[in-house]
Unconditional design. Structure first.
Lengths: 318, 248
C-alpha cells in the first residue's frame, strides 16, 4: 500500500507541478500513514523529489515514451500502481496529466476527482474539495472506489519542502502501443506557458487592435510572465486561441493576474478566479473587473502600461 | 460515418451559481440551460461532416426529462436523431459507462464529447468512454479531419499544439477550435419545426457504476474591496505587489 504520484518532466527536467503533486502526495500519505512512490519517465536525476516527501522513485526509461502518449503513459502508471498496490494515485492538472487520468481511471477502476484544491478533508469516507462551476463554487466530493485518483489543481497546494532522500530504482514497464501517433509538435519553447506561469499578463478589447500587443508582451517579459487574452480578442483573431482564458478557454491559477483593458465579464472572471492576486487596468471605473480585483488602476492602458514597464524595470534593477 | 455527439445540459455561462437543500444541490431556479459550449463546438463540427461527407449524426445526453429541450435544440441545429438515457448524471464514470453501452449497441465510428462540462468541470467523460470501449482518444482537440477510417487531429498542449494521426473508432474531447465561434449555428424556424419530428429515443440506465459522489457545495469567500492606485503613482502599485501581496 502506498500513495503513487506521477512526477512529470520535460527534457529531463522536472516541471514545477511535479514538486507540487509530490508535496500533495506526501500530505495524503501522512494522513493514511503510508509512503510516497513517484513514477518518472525518462528522467535521469530524480534526487530532487526527496526534498518534497517522496520516499521511493520508480524510474521508467524508454525511447518509445520520448513523446507523450496518453494511452501508453496511462498504462505505465497502471503497471506501477498495481506493482505498488497503490491506494491513491496523484496527478497534476497539466494538459498531459488530464489527458491520461481518465484512461488510467478505467484501467484501475478508480473514482477520479479532478481540479482538487486542498488535501483530503477526510480519509474515511475519502473526501476532497475541488473547484466546480468554473471556479464559481467548490464541491466536496467523496471518492468511493478502492483505488482513488486525484488531479490536483495547479498552484493550489503549493510546494512543501521536506528533508529526505528518495531511493530510486528502475521500473521495467512494458510499453503498450497506442493508436494515436504524434506527427508534429508546434510549441514555443522560449515562452512561459499559462499553465506553468506564476504571473499572467492578459489583455482585452480595450487594446483596440492586435498591433498594440507589443507592450503586453514587454510587460510579460519584464515579469517573466505568460501572455493571455479575453474571449473577444481570440474570437476576433487578434491573438491565438491558446491564449484565451476564461470559462470556455484555459483556466488560470497564477499568483498574479494582470488584466489590461478587460471589462470582466462573468465568464472571464470565472476562468481566472483561482489566481491569488488580481490587478486590473481599465479606463472605465465601472468595469465589473474592479469588483473582482485586489488592486486597480483607473487609466488609459496606453499610458499606464508603458509607465508600469519602466517602474518594474527600475524595481527589478534595484 | 456514424457520429455520436455527447451533449451535456449545463447552466448558461452567465448564470449565477447558488445551492439549495443545505448546500447539497445546485439551485436551478431561474437558471437558463444550454448545450455545454465545448459540446456545441463538437456538434457544429459534426454538422460539417454531415454536409461534406454525408455523416449521420446522433446526439446523446444522460439526464432526466428536463434535459430534453437541450437535445431538441441539437436536433434543430441539424442532428438526425437523439437519445436520452433516463437517469441523473451521478459522476463522469457512470455517465461514461452509460455512453459506452450506447456506442457499442449503435456502432458509432466517431464520438465527439466536450473536453469538459462547464458545470462540474470533471473533464473525464471522453477519456473514460474511450477507455471503456477501447477506441482511440484525442483530448483537447482543436482540429479534426476524417478520411475513410483515418483521422488527423490537432491537440492543444500546454504552450502549443501537436498534430496526431489516428484511426476510427475515435473519441474526441473537443473545444473551441474544432470550429470557430462564428461557425456556431442558431436554429432557424425550419430546423425547430423539423426537430419536433425527429426521433428522440429514451433508454433506461443499465447500471450505477459511479466512482465519486457529490457531498456538498460551497461558494468562494466574498472578496474585499479593490485597492485603487492613482495612474500617476505607479510606484505605489509596484510597492504593493512587492511588499503587501508579495507576488513580485
Amino acid at each position: 500500500m502506498s500513495v503513487l504520484v506521477y512526477t512529470e518532466s520535460e527534457q529531463n527536467k522536472f516541471k514545477k507541478v511535479a514538486f507540487e503533486v509530490a508535496s500533495y502526495a506526501k500530505a495524503v500519505a501522512d494522513a493514511l500513514e503510508t509512503t510516497v512512490t513517484a513514477v518518472t519517465v525518462n528522467t535521469d536525476d530524480t534526487s530532487e523529489l526527496g526534498n518534497y516527501g517522496v520516499d521511493k522513485v520508480l524510474k521508467v526509461s524508454s525511447e518509445d515514451l520520448d513523446s507523450f502518449n496518453a494511452k501508453s503513459y496511462a498504462d505505465v502508471l497502471q503497471q506501477a500502481a498495481e506493482a505498488e498496490s497503490a491506494q491513491v494515485v496523484i496527478l497534476s492538472s497539466s494538459a498531459d496529466s488530464k489527458y491520461l487520468a481518465s484512461l488510467l481511471a478505467v484501467g484501475l477502476n478508480a473514482g477520479y476527482a479532478s481540479n482538487v484544491v486542498a488535501a483530503p478533508s477526510n480519509t474515511s469516507p475519502f473526501t476532497v474539495k475541488r473547484s466546480a462551476f468554473t471556479n464559481k463554487a467548490f464541491e466536496h466530493t467523496e471518492i468511493k472506489t478502492d483505488v482513488k485518483i486525484i488531479g490536483v489543481s495547479n498552484n493550489s497546494f503549493g510546494l512543501v519542502e521536506k528533508s529526505g532522500a528518495a531511493a530510486a530504482e528502475d521500473f521495467g514497464a512494458s510499453i503498450l502501443e497506442s493508436g494515436v501517433k504524434v506527427e508534429s509538435i508546434d510549441k514555443a519553447t522560449d515562452k512561459v506557458t499559462i499553465a506553468d506561469a506564476e504571473i499572467v499578463v492578459s489583455a482585452g478589447r480595450g487594446l483596440k487592435g492586435p498591433e498594440n500587443w507589443g507592450m503586453v508582451e514587454e510587460l510579460a517579459d519584464v515579469l517573466g510572465a505568460a501572455t493571455a487574452c479575453s474571449k473577444p480578442v481570440s474570437d476576433l483573431g487578434w491573438r491565438p486561441h491558446g491564449e484565451h482564458v476564461g470559462q470556455t478557454g484555459k483556466p488560470v491559477a497564477s499568483n498574479l493576474y494582470i488584466a489590461i483593458g478587460i471589462s470582466g465579464a462573468i465568464q472571464h472572471l470565472a476562468g481566472i478566479n483561482a489566481s491569488k492576486v488580481k490587478v486590473v487596468i481599465n479606463t472605465d471605473p465601472e468595469a465589473p473587473f474592479f469588483k473582482a480585483a485586489d488592486y486597480g488602476v483607473v487609466g488609459d492602458a496606453f499610458e499606464v502600461v508603458p509607465e508600469l514597464i519602466e517602474k518594474l524595470k527600475a524595481f527589478k534593477a534595484s | 460515418m456514424k457520429i455520436l455527439v455527447c451533449i451535456s445540459h449545463v447552466p448558461d455561462t452567465t448564470s449565477k451559481i447558488n445551492f439549495t437543500d443545505g448546500d447539497t444541490k445546485f439551485d436551478t431556479n431561474g437558471v437558463q440551460f444550454v448545450i455545454n459550449p465545448n459540446d456545441e463546438f463538437g456538434l457544429t463540427r459534426a454538422m460539417w461532416f454531415k454536409e461534406k461527407q454525408g455523416a449521420n449524426v446522433t446526439v446523446v445526453n444522460v439526464g432526466g426529462p428536463e434535459t430534453e429541450p437541450t437535445l431538441r435544440k441539437a436536433l434543430a441545429i441539424g442532428a438526425d436523431a437523439a437519445i436520452r438515457i433516463n437517469t441523473p448524471a451521478i459522476d463522469g464514470f457512470s455517465v461514461a459507462k452509460e455512453l459506452a453501452k450506447v456506442v457499442q449497441d449503435g456502432g458509432y465510428d466517431l464520438i465527439i464529447a466536450g473536453r469538459e462540462s462547464i458545470d462540474y468541470n470533471g473533464g473525464m467523460v471522453p477519456g473514460m468512454l474511450a477507455g471503456l470501449i477501447g477506441a482511440n482518444f484525442v483530448n483537447t482537440c482543436v482540429g479534426l479531419e476524417v478520411d475513410g477510417t483515418s483521422a488527423t487531429a490537432t491537440r492543444e498542449i500546454d504552450g502549443g499544439k501537436e498534430t496526431v494521426s489516428t484511426s476510427l473508432p475515435l473519441v474526441v474531447g473537443g473545444q473551441k477550435g474544432l470550429v470557430e465561434e462564428s461557425d456556431l449555428k442558431i436554429p432557424n424556424m425550419r430546423g425547430i419545426m423539423m426537430a419536433r419530428k425527429k426521433p428522440l429515443t429514451i433508454l433506461e440506465p443499465t447500471a450505477d457504476g459511479s466512482g465519486t459522489s457529490s457531498v456538498s457545495f460551497e461558494k468562494p469567500a466574498p472578496k474585499g474591496a479593490v485597492k485603487l492606485v492613482d495612474a500617476g503613482n505607479l510606484d505605489e502599485l509596484v510597492d504593493l505587489l512587492h511588499n503587501e501581496a508579495k507576488v513580485i
